[in-house]
Design a protein around this ligand. Sequence first.
Ligand SMILES: C=C(O[C@@H]1C=C(C(=O)O)C=C[C@H]1O)C(=O)O
Length: 190
Amino acid sequence: MIHRRRLRSSWNRVDSGELHQAPRQWQSWLSDTGSLTQKIERAIGQKLEVVVLRDCRQNLNSDESRYFHFNIKRCRIREVLLCANGMPLVMANSIIPGRSSSGSNHEVLRLGKKPLGAVLFAKTRMRSKKKPLREIARLDKRNILWKKCFQQYQKLPAVSWARRTLYQLKGRPLLVSEVFLPALLNYPNN
Ligand SMILES: C=C(O[C@@H]1C=C(C(=O)O)C=C[C@H]1O)C(=O)O
């Protein structure tokens, strides 16, 4: 539990983002445990467009490296906008350590415009027994993640709600952060 508290404090540097503190209209998006891609496509009634902003190797900051039990400095970072009819709905920042995209994971993580969720939630994938670690946060310009997202997407609202999930792909960790954008609220959230 100490470990979890430590993670929470680093992620919620700005404001402790417990679900009940989030605006009601965001709570279901923040807490859903299924594929975000699938949830959005149900809401918009069509396929999502994935706009890849960046997919490269980068040094991790301490707020990110804490989630991995092994010492890593550089990682693959994938930043995308999930869009409908050209309108960004979510900005996602995924951290994929080298050891998580090697071996049999290497091929499936050559994503391009394919959403990462198609891999993480693939029917054929052995569901890892471990429930993914999930945290939420209210982001503003004091938060490292808000600043990283703003570098890529200058229309990022000054206060944004986000969630962070530590997934396992064949036992290898990936840290996925998703920042929800206002246009998503134009769609029914069923
Ligand atoms: C993890 C999922 O994949 C989505 C797509 C992503 C991508 O293509 O990089 C990243 C995060 C998610 O918003 C999901 O659908 O739940």
